[in-house]
Each structure stands twice: as structure tokens, then as C-alpha cells.
Design a protein around this ligand. Sequence first.
Ligand code: XIL
Length: 340
Amino acid sequence: MKNTIIICCLLLLAGCGKPTATQVYTTCDMTSIYSHTSFPVGVAVDAYKLQTNDQYRNIVIAQFNSLTGENAFKFESVEPAEGQYNWTETDYIADFARQYGKRLHGHTLVWHSQLPDWVPGYTGDWRSMLRDHITQEVGRYKDVIHSWDVVNEAFNEDGTLRSTLWLTHLGTGYIQMAFEDAHAANPQAKLFYNDYNLEWNPQKLDGVLRLLTQLRAAGVQVDGIGMQMHISSSYPDISLAGDAAKKIANTGFLVHFSELDVNMKEPDSRTLLSADEQQQQARRYAAVFTAYSQLSPAQQFGITLWGVSDADSWIVRGLPLLFDNNYTSKPAYCACKSLK
Ligand code: XIL
């Protein structure tokens, strides 16, 4: 009897370590995430944190081989006054990418949000204003930024064009104009359209694909689509995101999971997830990386995490990233490295 109990306990314990549908992600080695994947793994970065926070900087250097500026390359940061550019942070990030040999993805040229105050009241020629902005920014980083989110979040959920300042002042052709200007400023660069909810809303995705396919047929260079992938612990079903990614790939565009985070919707002020929540989050990350790895390699641009640690995330109290507030790796980190 006693022996039977001991054997049962041993079997139970052994079962815990087995990689099954309920795999437990605990510890793993700290080699770079991208050495475990066949595609680049990137992170959104902030110039000030790279300069002032060693833990942050070291993780960026060690773990990722692609970078996106989280805010630095946006219109309000780059051109705070008309025709007056501020390149302090963008130059820092560009130099960092050159120094450490990281791929640098530009985010973003045309968006309705994070615009400087002067843009809404602008009374000059909007066509030249847009062209100048794109030409200056893309041209300056021609040697180091090989891909751009040219247009961000231009569609409504029903697949129609969002009403923005750009639409009002330039008409429906503004997306084409932006892609053409970016291409003229750096003919080598890969050019992306980037948006959220494409992972689960087919109406929105179809609207995007319809327009980009038309542009491509008209000879405009459009290379890929960024699916932001701000997802939560329960939504959407990752199979939906996988299907959407395949649809994009089958239409001939590169797929970038461009701003991945998994919001755990932390309801109180705890700064750590429970063990169960950690595992739940890890399973979501593993599912996302697995779905992405099933795309044809030629269509894989990479997966980018939207920040380094939970302390850096734009999501307040969502504890959505791979490192906790103390820059310690979470089970989610190991899950991203668990692809077979
Ligand atoms: C967010 C940044 O993470 C925040 O720091 C900033 O305050 C607001 O913008 N979609 C995008 C990103 O395309 O640029 C946004 O980034 C998040 C949503």
C-alpha cells in the first residue's frame, strides 16, 4: 500500500514536467529569443530608457534582433513645429541599432494620433507638407531603417476608411501618396500598412486587403501588413489570428506581428501575476509564436513585443510583457522559446 502511494506520487510529479496541452513554463536559459525562432524577434524601445536603465538596455541587446521606436519616430516627436525637426531621440535609436547590428523598423509616418498641435490648424498645402515630412524622415535614416509603417490605423472596424485629418485634407488618395513618397525617399525600404483588430475582425482586414491589393495592382509598392496584436488573456482565439495572418500571407504580403502584448487585465494594484495567471499568459504567448511560425518563411517579417518589461508597457496594470517590473523573465518569456 505504502509503495503504491509512493509510486503514484512519483508518477504525478513526473507528469508535471511533461510538455502537454497544459505545459508548465517555468525556467529556461537566457539565450536570445531570436536564436529559438526562424524569424526576427523585436521590441519597441525608448531612447531615454536605453540611455538610463542598464537592465532595460542589456535585455534589448541580448534578447532581440529587431527594434521599433515606441514613440520617437512619430510625427509629434519628429516635427514638433512646422519644418523644424527634432532628431535627438531618433538619432540615438538609429545609432544604437547601427552599433549593435539590430534591424530597425520605422513607426510611423502617417497616423491620426500623436500629431503635433500645428498640424490640425495647418492652412498651407497639405500635399507638400505630407511629402516633406516623409521625405525628410525616411531619407535621413535610409542606411539603417529598411522598413516603415507608412500608414497606421486608417480603417474603421467595418472596413471603410477612417475619417481623419489626412482624409479630409487629401482625399481617399492619401494612403497611395504616402506609400509613393516613402518609396521615393528610400526605394529599398519595405513598406507596411499597420493596424489593430485585424487579427479577429475579417471585415476590417478585408477592407485593408482590398485597398492594398488595388494599390499594388496600380504599381504602388506595398510590401506587408502589421497586425498589432494587442491581445488579452482570453481574446481573441489565437486560431483566428493565425487564419488572418495566413490570409495576409496568401495575398502575397509580408506579415508582421508588430506590437504584441498580452493584457492580463490586472484589476488591483498587484505588481505580479499569480502562478496560474503566469501560466495562462505563457500559453497565450506560446500559441501566438506557434501560429506565426506556421506561416510560410518567405512571408514572415517577424514578431515585435510592444515594450521590454511590464513596467515599460503602455498598458496600465495589464502586466502584459515577457519581463516583470524588476526585469526578471516571466514564464511567458520561456514560452516564446518553446517552439519545436
Ligand atoms: C503607444 C505607445 O506605446 C505609448 O507610449 C503612447 O503614449 C501612445 O502610443 N498603436 C500604435 C502604437 O500603433 O504607436 C501605440 O503606441 C499603441 C497602439
